[in-house]
Design a protein around this ligand. Structure first.
Ligand code: GRF
Length: 193
């Protein structure tokens, strides 16, 4: 459990690989007076990630690692996290699997948002799986990251009804709107706000 340090905001790093729409919603959340977090670092596994534009717009330090050499890049990231006194990591559309060693360094302090009602549909193509499975609901989940993919303790979830003519693309769009509300809610919840 991440403990708040009183009035000071918790220095947070956001890990991305793509569009960064969850990053944007977390940046907006961090700017609210009552927000417990400040976003001090953006880590991307993809130098072409569209989300990197938000680092520029909001003047947030960014670092890019392609993870070709996972162990080496994780060591570099750990160095950056310590240098920037980061104590909370939010994975937001981050497409790399972090190693056990890395996670051990931030036990209970790494969150992830996943576009399904976990434990259903871990991994990729969640919307396609939900539709193929004739589920009534899909949704999104914010959870702690542990050593098993998409399996850490669930913090909060939001159900989204699957409509008759939904395609994975249409459903993904509807779930993403809920993700942008859910991640800030999850952070407020872990800080008992
Ligand atoms: C989101 O659906 C997120 O749940 C998944 O990646 C998608 C893209 O996220 N992990 P973003 O727009 O890059 O935040």
């Amino acid at each position: 459990m991440v403990l708040s340090t009183g009035s000071k905001k918790i220095k947070t790093a956001i890990f991305i690989s793509g569009t960064g729409s969850n990053l944007k919603s977390l940046i907006n959340f961090s700017k609210r007076k009552k927000s417990p977090i400040s976003i001090n670092l953006i880590i991307s596994s993809n130098k072409k990630a569209k989300g990197l534009k938000f680092a520029k717009i909001f003047n947030i330090k960014k670092k890019i690692y392609n993870f070709e050499k996972n162990i080496l890049d994780e060591k570099r990231i750990l160095f950056e996290l310590k240098k920037n006194e980061i104590s909370l990591i939010c994975l937001a559309g981050f497409m790399k699997i972090l190693s056990k060693d890395f996670i051990k360094n931030f036990k209970g302090k790494i969150l992830n948002i996943h576009p399904s009602l976990l434990p259903k549909f871990k991994g990729l193509n969640t919307h396609e799986k939900a539709i193929k499975n004739n589920e009534k609901y899909s949704g999104c989940t914010v959870h702690y990251v542990n050593y098993k993919l998409d399996s850490g303790k669930i913090i909060i979830q939001k159900k989204v009804k699957i409509k008759k003519n939904d395609t994975p693309k249409i459903l993904a769009k509807r779930v993403l709107v809920e993700e942008h509300k859910l991640y800030p809610k999850a952070i407020s919840k872990i800080f008992n706000l």
